[in-house]
Each structure stands twice: as C-alpha cells, then as structure tokens.
Design a protein around this ligand. Structure first.
Ligand code: SF4
Length: 292
C-alpha cells in the first residue's frame, strides 16, 4: 500500500473519530435530534440541535452603557473573516476587511477600542501576560460570548477560548447552528491572571470598560455570559450562577443569558444538560429554536 493511501486512510479515520466524539458529546448533553443544515436542504437557515454547554465560576460588577437601543435590538449581519467560509441564510456573509490585522478588531470601532487600549498597563495583570487577548470573531455578530479571562493557551495564542474549554465552547456554538467565526468572543479581563486565579475586582474595574465598548461596537442581540465571574460582573448581581443561569437579563438594551462556563462543564459534565437548556433559550430568541 502506498504512503498516500495510508495517509488518506488515517485522515479519514481521524475525521470519523472526531465526528464520533462530537456525537457522543451531544448525546451526553441530552440532545435527541440533530436538524440537518437547512441551507443544504432548501437554502434556508442552517441550524442544528446541539449539546449543552458549561461555565466556570465568576463574580460581579456592572457592565453599564453597553450602548445599544433598549427598544430595537439590531439583527446584525455576520460577516466572516475567512473568504472561503460558506454563508448561512440567517447570517448573511458580507465580509468586511479588518480595520487592523489583530484578532477581534474587524471593524473601525473595534480597532479604535484596541488602539485606545494600547500596550495596556492599567492593572497588575499586564506584568504576567504574553499576549493581550482582545477578542475574536465577527465584528457585527448577533451573538456574543463573554468569559472571565484568558488561560494559559489563550495567553500563548492571543485568542480567547482556544484551550480545552474553548474547544468545548466551539462545539457549543456549532451545536447552536453557528460557526465560531460568526460570533464574537471576549473576556472580562484581557490578560491572564496568574495561576488562573479569578480576576480581582480592581483588575476587572480597569478592564471592563473596554469590554463594554466592544459590546457597544458589536451590538449583539444576545450576550451569553459564561460562568459566575462574567455573569455576576455583567449583571452587577452577586447571585450565585446556579440561580442566574437560564434567566434572561437585560443591560442597556442587550439581552444577557448567563450559563455555565465550559471549564466548569468539563469538570461537571452532568451539568451540560442545563447549559444546553440555556442555549436553547438563546436559540429561540435568535430564531434558531431546535426542532422537536
Ligand atoms: Fe489592561 Fe485589561 Fe490587561 Fe489589565 S487586564 S493590563 S486593564 S488589558
């Protein structure tokens, strides 16, 4: 057998194994049916029934002035940064050239926020970072995810949610019928806390205004707050995440859905079902309710 044939066979086996892992994850999450991408069938909106998500722990202050109209949330088009991406019907792809080459700066407004941050030393977290992790994704996403802060992988790569928890988040996003490139992802703090500790209140106070400006620039219809830190901070509400999750909140016209952090779900997979219930509420809000 030639090397090419062997390599192709190994690649197919790898894809099949990855597909199996994803299906098992969905099953564990309590998903019983997966709708095929509608675009493939009738040119409609692509969606899928997916698995639950997770969260981490968090804490709180206020995300005020996120800057969108309270009365008329905007259904944002969702340009994709990759020219080869396949558009979906619910998210027209009107690719916009990034204002800068840096991740998460795909519009002039976002680029201006990044420029305002500069080589930030506004809090002690600057001392330990490799990369300032600004954000990533569609600058006009209708759906945004906010976590608490970068971990080791994110600090190394300069992109939020790229480690194991990030891989789970990507699966959650895909289970909701989105591609990762269609949403926007950011954190409360943009530099990695040492030893992956929770960010301190003064660190969040220093960094959060820039997140608020990012939310105002992106104007998502829904922000999913991942974990205790993000949820409590965004909502200025110290209620435990176990009671915040699954309940809609609204800050300055932006609908916010708290749910578990993917890192927490990795540790507590039995909670995936609850997280998936939370995401189903988001899908319904965005007109992507899963089929029954
Ligand atoms: Fe600046 Fe935010 Fe990093 Fe602190 S965490 S140094 S405020 S970018």
């Amino acid at each position: 057998m030639s090397d090419d044939v062997t390599r192709t066979r190994d690649e197919i086996a790898g894809v099949a194994a990855e597909a199996l892992r994803h299906l098992l994850w969905l099953r564990d999450a309590g998903v019983r049916e997966i709708a095929p991408p509608a675009a493939a069938l009738r040119g409609g909106d692509a969606r899928a029934d997916g698995g639950p998500v997770g969260r981490r722990e968090g804490e709180g202050a206020a995300v005020r002035g996120v800057g969108t109209s309270a009365s008329t949330p905007t259904a944002n088009p969702t340009p994709t940064p990759t020219a080869t991406a396949t558009p979906t019907a619910t998210s027209p792809q009107t690719a916009t050239a990034p204002a800068t080459s840096e991740k998460g700066c795909g519009s002039p407004a976002l680029a201006a926020i990044r420029e305002a941050l500069g080589p930030c030393t506004r809090c002690r977290l600057a001392a330990g970072r490799t990369h300032l992790v600004f954000g990533v994704g569609n600058p006009r996403a209708e759906l945004m995810f906010v976590g608490e802060g970068p971990g080791a992988d994110e600090d190394r790569q300069g992109e939020p949610f790229v480690g194991r928890a990030g891989q789970l988040l990507t699966k959650m996003i895909e289970a909701m019928g989105f591609r990762r490139e269609e949403v926007y992802i950011a954190n409360i703090v943009k530099c990695r806390p040492p030893e992956n500790r929770n960010p301190e209140p003064d660190e969040m106070d220093a960094c959060e205004p820039f997140l608020r400006r990012q939310i105002a620039a992106v104007q998502p219809r829904v922000v999913v707050a991942l974990g205790k830190i993000a949820a409590q901070r965004l909502l200025a509400d110290p209620t435990p995440i176990s009671r915040l999750r699954g309940r809609w909140a609204e800050v300055d016209g932006v609908r916010i859905m708290p749910t578990f952090h993917p890192a927490y779900l990795l540790r507590s997979p039995e909670e995936k079902k609850k997280a998936w219930e939370d995401l189903q509420l988001v899908m319904k809000e965005l007109g992507r309710a899963p089929r029954r």
